[in-house]
Design a protein around this ligand. Structure first.
Ligand SMILES: [Zn+2]
Length: 283
């Protein structure tokens, strides 16, 4: 069905349960040797796919709506990285709507983005420098971030090499990706979620080991890989009970700060958070 594993070259895979929500003809394959999860084909991602807002379904959301839906993630990332952002030259690769950059530039010496999607560059034209390609962004960055980007790329290894080359000496690269070990997928084995979360745009799903291996192959050094839970206990209970998203809104009473923290810590302890974050340096 598919050629050898992108990461280890292995040829043996198992098909994961579930389906790709927007293209059921694609299979979700897990390499039996290294554990990399990859779609059975990457040919549906053309070179100009993202430039033309191809990531969004039929009707693309407005910029304002897009920014609003990203606000919680933007704020969390800004809070996590604020010390590293302060007085630094920062590049957000695949900056999406630009909400993180909007915050970063309040403390950074310089905050620029790279985004293929044309309307983002037009939206921020007078306020934030956003380039259409990494080559245009130049180098010497103290901090480069890529939030939920590399899983979209057919050749993430070569992009990691390119990103590392844009770092200043001692600079750091932060990679945030969805985890292939999301509790709803591989711990609770939730059938509804297995038919909901896989997406034709996510060509690969990583776990800490495969993300580490990718970094090693790209010649960069992993300082740490952390588990992060984006969705809450209420969201998970709702999936398990109703088989639908939206529990974090409908059953918000469950999401007290104490429960949220404790649940995320419990999932992190067994490696089943929905997100992983790698802190990387050029070697
Ligand atoms: Zn493999």
């Amino acid at each position: 069905m598919s050629a050898s594993c992108y990461l280890c070259g292995g040829t043996s895979t198992t098909a994961r349960k579930g389906a790709v929500r927007d293209d059921p003809s694609l299979a979700i394959l897990e390499c039996t040797a290294c554990g990399l999860v990859a779609l059975s084909s990457r040919e549906h991602i053309s070179d100009d796919h993202y430039a033309n807002s191809g990531m969004h379904t039929a009707v693309a959301t407005t910029m304002e709506e897009w920014l609003r839906t990203c606000e919680d993630d933007d704020q969390r990332r800004f809070a996590m990285l604020a010390p590293a952002l302060t007085n630094s030259r920062v590049l957000d690769f695949g900056c999406g709507a630009g909400g993180f950059l909007r915050k970063a530039r309040t403390v950074a010496a310089e905050a620029v983005g790279v985004e293929l999607e044309r309307r983002v560059r037009e939206h921020w034209a007078q306020q934030i420098r956003i380039h259409a390609s990494l080559a245009e962004a130049g180098g010497g960055y103290d901090l480069i971030t890529a939030f939920h980007v590399i899983e979209h790329l057919p050749d993430p290894r070569s992009i990691l090499q390119d990103l590392a080359a844009c770092l200043a000496p001692g600079g750091r690269l932060i990679l945030e990706v969805p985890s292939s070990q999301d509790a709803l997928l591989t711990l609770y084995d939730n059938e509804a979620f297995q038919h909901f979360t896989y997406w034709s745009q996510h060509l690969y799903l990583f776990n800490p080991e495969t993300l580490r291996q990718l970094a090693t192959q790209a010649g960069v050094r992993v300082i740490a890989i952390q588990q992060l839970q984006r969705y809450s206990l209420a969201n998970h209970c709702y999936w398990l009970s109703k088989g639908r998203p939206g529990g974090h809104k409908r059953w918000a009473f469950l999401d007290t700060p104490e429960l949220t923290r404790a649940y995320a810590a419990a999932l992190a302890a067994v490696g089943h958070c929905d997100t992983i974050i790698a802190h990387v340096e050029a070697s």
